[in-house]
Design a protein around this ligand. Sequence first.
Ligand code: MOS
Length: 696
Amino acid sequence: MTQQLDTTEIGAARGRVDARAKVTGTAPYAYEHHVDQATYGHLVLSSIARGRVTAIDATEAFAQGGVHAVVTHENAHRLADVSDGELAVLQSDRVGFRGQIVAIVVAEDPETAREAARLVQVTYDEEPHESVLDADSPDLYAPDQVNPAFETDTDEGDVEAALAEAAFTVDAVYETPVQHNSPMEPHQTVATWDHHDGRDRLVLLDSTQGVHPVRQTLAPLFALDPQQVTVEAPFVGGGFGSKGMPHANVVAAAIAAKHSGGRPVKLPLTRQQTFTLGGHRTPTVQRVRLGADADGRLDATWHEVVEHTSRVKEFAEQTAVATRLMYDSPNRRTSHRLHALDVPVASWMRAPGEAPGSFALEVAMDELAVATGVDPVELRVRNDPASDPESGHPWSQRHLVECLREGAERFGWQTGVPPRSRREGRWLVGQGVASATYPLNVMPGNEAEVEALDGGRYAVRIGAVDIGTGARTILGQIAADALGCPVGAVELSIGDTSLPFATVAGGSAGTTSWGSAIVAAARALRDEHGASPAVGAVARGVQPENPDTEQYSIHSFGAHFVEAHVDAHTGEVRVPRMVSVFSAGRIINPTTARSQLLGGMVMGLSAALHEETVIDPSGRMPNHDLAQYHVASHADIGHLEAHWLDEVDEHANPMGSKGIGEIGIVGAAAAVANATFDATGVRVRSLPLTADKLGG
Ligand code: MOS
């Protein structure tokens, strides 16, 4: 049990403290900062998928005038560490995917830089390449582990024998496409080299989910102490995982600033460039086999995953990991295999693993419901495990059944209605359900500082980043309760490496990890300086280890209910209504939390209906912009409701909260797919659920 805060500010619905700055355009994003003497970078990307650069002719580019440098593998600043194939920018003539950085133009203004980049002539020696995932490839391999550090394969009991004896089985292959995070603000960095205390210093204004992680990653590349790298990210226009680890563009900015005559370089990516440089979600091919008794009780669960990975740098997504604990099934097997290709580097995208994995498992559960004749809500209730099947640990809380029951009630779930039996005019109408889960991730090592100011005010400092989630708002609420003061008495500083160490805004771990450090700092201030500390009294706190995370299995849960309408003639899918209920511990701020949960649901709906990046046999991503990679917009979204159970998880952290950034997307696409099946009687096992797949 973690010592819980007395809550006054926590739980209050508060608007974002930075809302006015954002809507009035006065909140500065990385590129918008004024820096003296700025120059402007623009990237030249490879037009082959594999091979070598044999020549680069920059004559025409320089003929523009105003071009300061064309940085290539021949003249680029040498990095001290080239072990990361993604970040070793311009360190060799090798090309590993179409859209990789082959040159950086630095110019007096952005227009000149972009035009000059167009005029750089690159000659290649092209080699044969592979860019299309093939789940039957003889070259598949098992990674050592899957993101971030899960076992690649698990095998419990005898899944084959259990399947052979099962009264009902499901055996189907599910596919999810490449997806792109697509935050509103493309990746961008402003890089400056200067001298500070007699040493080189790299100063970055970056659009990132973690200023300290950027410092930690970039320092060794440039043979610097971490203290020689400062990173600021006061405002960030979304990330969804794509800014969770620094990508090649950040290194490119720092290299470019070595070639700009000591002047700062502003290096933005175009939207199209973010498609090959900003990370993406791997495509998956997932075979799920389920075996159940006559009552629908699972005896066998077998989830096999094939993904792609870039030959430049491995990323193995943990697609089947949630299947290990989702339902009670004595015999379980999961595996992950990778197909290494000459494609851009895959990375994190909101709920990496759980999001695509839940599509396969939760559609398979729907198929089992149909096979057994058990209602899909009841089937999930029936298979709810009393303890974590994987670790054997007790749950801190597992309220999936409550989410399912409350969601069914709020949605108006109908039992016993056969598929393709409801129609409103030309629309076939169906309902679908799916479960969600997401782990409590805790990232260790966070620190915070609290200082007593005059007038009963406090400065609270932590190098966390608010990427648009509301972190700046809710960390103030946590600090207020930790200090026993009104939220208005807290002056919170975040988004800068000059502030105490903080981990990435990722894994739905920010509030838990940063909040625990703030609570520790506040408690230290009280311990060291008493209830009324003198002005100027300062205390530091380090996030303590939480032994409960070893003894309990701590997860959030949820249930989505979707009404889908499918045009009987064209197969077009509309989702007029979605009701979701979550169990995520204490909700710290209902206003920002609802926004996070709705955002996840919208992203899941978008994955269900629209999102698909094509990687063609040439290695191109032909739909690499937001005109052709459609992200759900207002017209695509109907009535959405996000609800949560009123609860506190005292094992999770001093706030009693669990993460909410990602669980909203988990299972959402499956619920839509299950509703379209119910509407049409057509089972679609690949995303997105486009009209062609549903037939007319
Ligand atoms: Mo999030 S995909 O864990 O940054």
